[in-house]
Design a protein around this ligand. Structure first.
Ligand code: BES
Ligand code: ZN
Length: 642
């Protein structure tokens, strides 16, 4: 049971600014459903069966498990709600189970019906009092003959998992847009589900939209579907609820090959197809390492700029920020990452958010292996080195040592706490360590077998470690010790067995940077003609503290950083500008915060403004920008700026 959380200073969310989240723990108290026809029942104590290791769900998934979800929904842009019926199939693990407990958050439940194999009849149900984080448990009594339940409901305009954009918030300016974000625990704001990665469901859906719009889901879909305002989907492979996803808008499609393509608003469609033209090679590289891609089509959708992540691995349809479309394919590792989740994360899923490194660390590792296969070791090592610089920076600022373990502590107060560079980069480096010790020739087939063995299953850290003991360490008992593994998984910080990624390219940049700082070399005389975005990021991120006004001026005059169109470089420069009080960048920083909603950038920018004597200015900008940000970003920045 979650206890009342004290406010803790967290590590960064994938490089995001520190945030303070305190929340009231889940309440056991029950409240009768207010309404009318349904007879309210008293809910038994929120089920906490012993094998229920995920404390961020109310679901009694130890006893009863959802197996299929059917959605029949109107996408109502006027009221900013999804409105319709969710029908749920389930299995009883406990044959005597007398209720089904689902997660909901801010859902309006109109009625519940149960199916006994012949008829649908109205059912009573209970709704627990609302918890700020977890929402409300929806408890439906089951009789021995109940085969299915269906819930007539609608979402809230404030659903944290949905962003509703007005036409003027889109590039086309003519039509509204809506997209979802389920991970980690926002699916319950879209539909009543068992919102835990331990439970997998297949799903089907029919969405009704204004006829001029297209609806897409994380499911089977035909890119040539006519626009007629009614769209049906099928997801035959079982997925955890957090991978349920919607996007609705004036969206066009361009094929990259026969089963890969890009969706976006028309303004960026050609540029996106060009930027991501190497996605087919990424799929081939991934499949060569870890077995075939198992999901049918693989499409990308480039969302409006308020999408709060770099990418999200929704099955068959990765969601991407438009800030990846840099024009030079320099940021496509994010596509390699989201695609890699088709093996690590979507196929083999972390069973609880405490095991998030099984999703993100494995995926960051696979991403880098794929980048190496496509672009060579030089680029792959530069990416490892940039990641390592970021990890070391964050580890230095960690407030609680347990938050630097790969296996997150039991008392994390929000699943977001598990999505720091620890899960991503320490996680990936644990696998680099294992690869180095066992050798690629043994480690690669081992990982492939792991993905096959646990395909369409949810696993814990301990499942993985046991599997490794039985299938790899048994054959090479001297390759690694228990103590080494424990230090990585259950110990703090970065073990001294970590790889030290050595990039010759970065060494060269560091040397030039040193010469510039010592005054030996003028910025204008630095030969940067061969530098890629990676060199620029190393150059900017490794600057010493306290650059002077003249130094900042000199850099900006030589390299035109302020206003640069590459979002990663712009962000790295604006962080320097804020720390060093370089005011000429202020209009561009404001413009960036007004137009980009990607959390990795904006949480840290607001945090840096707040910490560097510019809190009032930050609050002014936020007052204008907030309504354009995604609800997830709003929650995070509210906490940063209080
Ligand atoms: N699954 C994550 C995004 C996410 C994390 C959503 C936590 C909700 C909660 C996605 O795969 C991801 O990791 N995206 C990264 C890109 C990656 C290259 C590090 C991002 O958004 O920056
Ligand atoms: Zn990821």
């Amino acid at each position: 049971m979650i206890t009342k959380g004290i406010s803790v200073k967290h590590l960064k969310l994938i490089g995001a600014s520190l945030l303070i989240i305190g929340f009231a723990g889940c309440k056991d108290g029950t409240s009768a459903s207010s309404d009318n026809s349904a007879q309210a029942v008293k809910i038994s104590e929120i089920n906490q069966s012993p094998d229920k290791a995920d404390k961020f769900t109310y679901a009694n998934y130890g006893d009863v498990r959802m197996t299929h979800l059917d959605l029949n929904l109107d996408v109502n842009f006027d009221r900013k709600v999804l409105d319709g019926i969710a029908t749920i199939d389930f299995d009883r693990t406990d044959k005597t189970a007398s209720e089904l407990v689902l997660d909901t958050r801010k859902l309006k439940i109109e009625s519940v019906e149960v199916f006994d194999g012949t008829d649908w009849t109205k059912s009573s149900y209970g709704l627990s009092s609302e918890d700020d984080l977890l929402g409300q448990a929806l408890t439906i009594p089951l009789s021995s003959s109940t085969e299915k339940v269906r819930i007539d409901y609608e979402t809230s305009p404030e659903a944290e998992g949905l962003q509703w954009l007005s036409p003027d918030q889109t590039a086309g300016k003519e039509h509204p847009y809506m997209f979802s974000q389920g991970q980690p625990i926002h699916a319950r704001t879209m539909a009543p589900v068992q919102d835990t990665p331990a439970v997998r469901i297949t799903y089907s859906a029919t969405l009704r939209t204004p006829p001029e719009l297209i609806a897409l889901m994380s499911a089977d879909q035909d890119p040539n579907t006519p626009r007629d305002g009614e769209y049906s989907f099928d997801m035959p492979q079982p997925i955890p609820a957090y991978l349920l996803a919607f996007a609705v808008g004036d969206i066009d499609f361009k094929a990259i090959n026969d089963h890969i393509g890009v969706y976006s608003e028309s303004y960026i469609l050609e540029a996106s197809a060009e930027e991501f033209s190497e996605t087919p090679q990424m799929e081939v590289a991934n499949a060569e390492l870890y077995g075939p891609y198992r999901w049918g089509r693989y499409d990308l959708i480039v969302l409006p700029p308020s999408f709060p992540f770099g990418g999200m691995e929704n099955p068959r349809l990765s969601f991407l920020t438009p800030t990846l479309v840099a024009g030079d394919k320099s940021l496509t590792n994010v596509v390699a990452h989201e695609l890699a989740h088709s093996w690590s994360g979507n196929l083999v899923t972390n069973a609880t958010w405490r095991d998030a490194w099984l999703n993100e660390g494995f995926t960051s590792y696979v991403e880098n292996r794929v980048m190496e296969k496509l672009y060579g070791e030089r680029r792959a090592v530069m990416e490892q080195a940039l990641d390592m610089e970021g990890l070391k920076r964050d580890l230095g600022e960690a407030s609680r040592p347990e938050l630097t373990h790969l296996k997150m502590p039991e008392n994390i107060s929000h699943p977001d706490d598990a999505f720091t560079l620890v899960s991503y980069i320490k996680g990936a480096n644990f696998l680099f360590f294992l690869e180095d010790r066992f050798g690629r020739e043994h480690f690669d087939p081992f990982l492939k077998d792991y993905f096959d063995t646990y395909a369409f299953k949810s696993v814990t850290t301990e499942d993985f470690l046991n599997y490794m003991n039985d299938n790899l360490r048994n054959r090479f008992p001297d390759a690694v010790t228990d103590a080494e593994i424990n230090a990585w998984v259950y110990g703090p910080g970065l073990p001294d067995t970590a790889r030290d990624p050595k990039s010759d390219a970065f060494d060269q940049v560091s040397k030039i940077q040193g010469d510039w700082i010592s005054g030996k070399l003028a910025a204008a005389d630095i030969n940067t003609s061969e530098w890629s975005t990676h060199e620029w990021l190393h150059f900017l991120n490794s600057m010493p503290d306290g650059l002077s006004g003249p130094q900042m001026n000199e850099l900006d005059a030589a390299f035109n950083f302020t206003g640069t169109s590459n979002a990663e470089t712009a962000y790295a420069w604006y962080m320097q500008a804020i720390k060093n009080n370089y005011e000429p960048a202020n209009p561009a920083i404001k413009d960036f915060l007004m137009t980009v909603g990607r959390g990795k950038f904006i949480y840290r920018l607001y945090g840096a403004l707040n910490d560097n004597g510019k809190a009032d200015w930050a609050k002014d900008i936020y007052a204008s920008a907030r309504s354009g940000y995604h609800p997830i970003a709003q929650r995070r920045i509210d906490a940063i700026l209080n």
